[in-house]
Design a protein around this ligand. Structure first.
Ligand SMILES: Nc1ncnc2c1ncn2[C@@H]1O[C@H](COP(=O)(O)OP(=O)(O)OP(=O)(O)O)[C@@H](O)[C@H]1O
Ligand SMILES: [Mg+2]
Length: 381
């Protein structure tokens, strides 16, 4: 088990800044998931941790050792790539044992470790086969086995499940989580699949265009997204985001726009302020006192749930709930949301606004951006 320290790590390829000043600590035994859309810098960051891509700036530490300039083979890290890259001419057993042979371990030791790993990954029956005689999922497990055989300081994995079909993906996901629990090792795991991130991670680091948007437990990033980007990335469908304006009416703050009039549940007299109003699809429901006036455009059947895709003013808004929702195309609906399920974001900067019902304190403060000494510049007084 090891601790990883990533400090101000930056990577530029010519004019492209692939990773931009990322700082992040990965604790002993954590399962940290690097999550973000295609091209946001996940693989580049992982390759820098592995030592396969040199840094443009910053430092990387493994426990108390600075490994920024340490060659990959001396880093005590095991990496699993998206493409499994097995040796086609070697048997499963020899593929798994390869890292130990390269380290000149004794034959009995290698045989013992390979057998242990094969047992864990349920590969015992396949040890004499060649990679071409295996299914994609079995090859995937051999690639994992080759990493696991070493008992390294930390595991680095880049979309290791991306080539599996949905069912195998889900079972291998559970296997990996179980493995992490049993081994107690440190994992850094790259994916763009939010289900993998939500189900496997102890913490998620969300990247956007090379920068860290938010780091937190799956519950934290889902329940309190730090920015419009995070809110719009997580969830299925993701959070509804609507431009609105905070105004005071009769001593109460409300978010208003065309077809939108949402009481925030707090008292206050403040000058108007432009925000982005966020509500998760599962937190919207038909209400006696409508806050959003919606037109249903289409209803999608997901099996257990239904999603109603609607229009509210100029915004696309979706609502999700158990099937049947009892809505159909063309319906006009009045929707409501509980105040504790309302999210507000600064319109200009996109950062989350927190608000407090205490009139003596600043009612709104923007959440700080990780790694930047962001000052909550906007308050309403
Ligand atoms: N060797 C390279 N030379 C030039 N640009 C590169 C190189 N490697 C990556 N990039 C660029 O850096 C950015 C980040 O790439 P990276 O592979 O880290 O993204 P990613 O988050 O892993 O995406 P994906 O989910 O598609 O795998 C991209 O804009 C990519 O085009
Ligand atoms: Mg990648």
């Amino acid at each position: 088990m090891s601790r990883l320290g990533i400090e101000g790590v930056t990577k530029s390829f010519g004019r492209t800044v692939a990773v931009d000043g990322v700082s992040l600590d990965v604790g002993h035994g954590e399962f940290l998931v690097l999550l973000g859309p295609s091209g946001c810098g996940k693989s580049t960051l992982l390759r820098m941790i592995a030592g396969l891509t040199p840094l443009s700036a910053g430092r990387i530490r493994l426990d108390d050792t600075d490994i920024t300039h340490t060659p990959p083979r001396d880093r005590d890290l095991a990496m699993v790539f998206q493409s499994y890259a097995l040796y086609p001419h070697l048997s499963v057993a020899r593929n798994i044992g390869f890292p130990l042979r390269a380290r000149r371990r004794t034959r009995p030791e290698i045989r013992g470790r390979v057998a242990e790993v094969a047992e864990v990954l349920d590969l015992g029956e396949l040890l004499e086969r060649r990679p071409r005689e295996l299914s994609g999922g079995q090859r995937q497990r051999v690639a994992l086995g080759r990493a696991l055989v070493r008992d390294p300081g930390a595991f680095l994995m880049d979309e290791p499940l991306s080539n599996l079909d949905a069912k195998l993906r889900s079972s291998t996901r559970a296997e990996l989580t179980g493995l992490h629990r049993r081994l107690g090792s440190t994992f850094v795991y790259v994916t763009h699949d939010q289900v993998e991130a939500m189900t496997m991670a102890t913490r998620i680091a969300l990247l956007n265009a090379g920068r860290l948007e938010q780091v937190g437990t799956p519950a934290e990033v889902y329940d309190e997204p730090a920015s419009v980007f995070v809110a719009g990335f997580l969830g299925s469908p993701p959070m509804n985001l609507m431009d609105a304006r905070i105004v005071s009416r009769n001593g109460e703050l409300r978010a208003v726009a065309q077809d939108i009039d949402v009481p925030l549940g707090i008292a206050g007299e403040l000058p108007p302020r432009d925000v982005v109003l966020g509500v998760r699809p599962e937190h919207l429901a038909p209400a006696a006192t409508p806050m959003l006036r919606a037109q249903v455009r289409m209803v999608e059947n997901l099996g257990s749930d239904e999603v109603a895709h609607c229009t509210v003013g100029s915004a696309a808004v979706s609502l999700r709930g158990p099937r049947p929702l009892g809505m159909s195309t063309g319906d006009a609906l009045g929707l409501g949301v509980a105040p504790h399920h309302i999210h507000l974001f600064d319109r200009a900067g996109g950062r989350r606004l927190t608000w407090s019902p205490d009139p003596a304190s600043e009612p709104f403060a923007a959440s700080p951006e990780p790694n930047s000494p962001y000052k909550p510049a906007h308050t309403l007084r």
